[in-house]
Design a protein around this ligand. Structure first.
Ligand code: 23J
Ligand code: MN
Length: 259
């Protein structure tokens, strides 16, 4: 029936009038991983070893063993990732209601600002200026910071200097605005984590992790391809692996967009 929304979606995907955009980075041993200063423990990089590859130990098949930290590459942050979210009901990767893995996105283009200032901070005023052009951020939306960071390679991605990492992110008041005044589902970024590189010095430290997860919201990190999204109207599909009690997971983040 042409009035059935799902049938229309299926037809639109088949005809190409709605397309699927991949917002994920490749996973490989060279995928950048966040480094924490001592005495904090470190996350492991992505590792892959071949089990067999059409050879003596598996003549007809190819497969690998992999291991990695939950927060490696393009990934999903669950509420229990942060101490403020430890008691959030249904706050781990296996217990979050699956309906929350499909949500619309507002894309904030700050590529020019981030090119001029690697430590660019998204502010409440910045979001209000975006809303003046594109309309109010709907409740339940992702806010995605388009920084251009996914085009950086090697050391320039983590961008660690003498004073720690210098990468863009939201300031404390911006996070408060997204949570308390716009009721977003979460915040997503092209950088290695949802907080700015210098957020260890913010009040509170790591405000995006602290407030988003403390109020049951999510994060997306190391996104790519945000320049392929419209400012509004994309539908994000973000299911983490169903790790029992998991704090997050690598994620193949997809967006449905009108072609
Ligand atoms: C652990 C500690 C600090 C940070 C992070 C993880 C992340 O960015 C993450 O991947 O969630 S800032
Ligand atoms: Mn994370």
């Amino acid at each position: 029936m042409s009035t059935d929304v799902l049938a229309q979606l299926i037809a639109s995907l088949a005809s190409g009038s709605i397309k699927v955009v991949d917002l994920s980075q490749n996973l490989s041993p060279s995928t950048p991983v966040i480094g924490l200063p001592p005495p904090f423990a470190q996350s492991a990089p992505f590792r892959m070893e071949t089990i067999s590859r059409y050879d003596d130990v598996g003549p007809g098949w190819y497969w690998n063993n992999i291991s990695l930290g939950e927060h490696t590459g393009t990934h999903f942050d669950a509420p229990i990732h942060w101490v403020t979210g430890r008691d959030i009901p249904a706050g781990s990767t296996d217990t979050i209601a699956p309906g929350r893995f499909a949500a619309p996105a507002c894309v904030i283009d700050c590529e020019a600002e981030c090119a001029a200032d690697a430590g660019f901070l998204l502010t409440r005023a910045g979001l209000l200026a975006w809303e003046a052009k594109h309309g109010r951020i709907p409740a339940g939306s992702w806010v995605l910071l388009r920084s251009g960071w996914s085009k950086r390679a090697g050391d320039a991605f983590l961008n660690v200097g003498e004073g720690g990492p210098v990468t863009p992110g939201p300031d404390t008041d911006c996070v408060r605005f997204m949570v308390e005044e716009r009721d977003v589902i979460g915040f997503g970024t092209e950088t290695v984590g949802t907080d700015a590189g210098q957020a260890f010095m913010f009040e509170p430290a790591f405000p995006c992790h602290t407030m988003m997860h403390g109020s049951g919201r999510f994060g997306l990190a190391s996104l790519a391809g945000l320049d392929q999204l419209p400012p509004t109207g994309a539908l994000l599909i973000t299911p983490p692996l169903k790790i029992e009690g998991g704090s997050g997971s690598p994620c193949r983040v997809l967006a449905l967009v009108t072609a």
